[in-house]
Design a protein around this ligand. Structure first.
Ligand SMILES: [Zn+2]
Ligand SMILES: [Zn+2]
Length: 323
């Protein structure tokens, strides 16, 4: 069963094309939508991806470049017109507060729901059930953040046989142990939940780079990540442009993924000059086999063991490489 689902709403960088929108990635988790960046037309991608308008939701913005935030006012407008009532939290660089306020004042973007914008810096940002989201600073033009999304199941599964063997009577005490509470038996013994549960699987880690050059913070955060969602704006043939404009080549993203022990690399935010991105994918796969090319509305499921697989087949292209 999927623990997390990643939905690529926009896989383009700089200029949207016929098939690829500005950057936006949604992570679905237990009725929540966590949205990373809100490129132009994200509201229609929300509709196409059937993500819902009144879900619990948090938005994380990586940096204040237009291609990452042009869609935010539209999304807020959409939610209001459709009668959203749940509050919405938005996190990002400090200029984001002014950006949302000016939109609210100048284009009458009053929302039907409570909207709170938080100026953040690197560090822990929010915890949602068993998920922790943290921000880290990256190396782009101006202040820019990437995000780490960490899912850790807090305890293993309850194993009834172990409880029976330890003499715990079936009933409320089993329930308490399954919920992670220690229990005291009539004979005075205390049984801890670790004694009757299996070992929890390792955490699932997703890293979203935003826009960046390869950098040390990204290398560190990406260590052993389950899925690295990385910008890959250029191929090596345009390496000097990547350096000048603060982006990565596909090869650089792949090297970083390989060296950090990442399980899967999803390449996104690639330049319109590469069309369907086949060149980007080939360059990355040459270095790191588990490279996936994102396209708009592509969905990836991550199960509790950290296995990544596709959860839809729309727009499958010849360059798709995972089963
Ligand atoms: Zn960008
Ligand atoms: Zn940028």
């Amino acid at each position: 069963m999927a623990r997390l689902e990643v939905v690529f709403l926009g896989s383009g960088g700089s200029i949207p094309t016929e098939n690829r929108n500005h950057p936006a990635v949604a992570i679905r988790y237990q009725g929540w939508n966590l949205l990373f960046d809100a490129g132009e037309d994200v509201q229609r991608q929300f509709e196409r991806a059937r993500l819902g308008n009144n879900k619990h939701m948090v938005i994380f913005i990586s940096h204040m470049h237009a291609d990452h935030i042009l869609g935010l006012p539209g999304l807020l407008l959409r939610f209001s017109l459709l009668g959203r009532i749940r509050p919405l939290q938005i996190f990002g660089p400090k200029e984001l507060i002014e950006y949302v306020r000016i939109n609210q004042d100048t284009i009458h973007l009053g929302t039907t729901f409570e909207t709170t914008v938080y100026a953040i810096e690197a560090g822990p940002i929010i915890e949602i059930d068993d998920i922790k989201v943290s921000a880290f600073e990256v190396n782009h033009r101006g202040y820019a953040l990437g995000y780490e999304i960490l899912y850790q199941r807090p305890r293993g599964h309850f194993i009834p046989q172990l409880a029976s063997e330890l003499g715990v009577p079936k009933g409320p005490l089993w329930k308490d142990l399954a919920l992670g509470k220690s229990v005291k038996l009539d004979d005075g013994r205390t049984i801890r939940p670790e004694e009757v549960t299996d070992t929890p699987p390792p955490p699932i880690k997703i890293v979203y780079t935003g826009d960046t050059r390869p950098c040390e913070t990204l290398r560190q955060v990406s260590q052993n990540a389950t899925l690295l969602i990385s910008e890959a704006m250029y191929c090596t043939s345009h390496a000097e442009l990547a350096e000048e404009r603060g982006h990565m080549t596909a090869a650089q993203a792949a090297e970083l993924a390989r060296d950090a022990g990442v399980k899967y690399l999803a390449l996104t935010h690639y330049s319109p000059r590469y069309g369907n991105g086949l060149e980007i994918l080939k360059e990355a796969q040459h270095i790191f086999k588990n490279s996936i090319l994102a396209h708009d509305l592509m969905r990836l499921e991550i199960d509790k063991e950290g296995v990544v697989k596709r959860s839809n087949t729309s727009n499958m292209s010849a360059c798709d490489n995972i089963a």
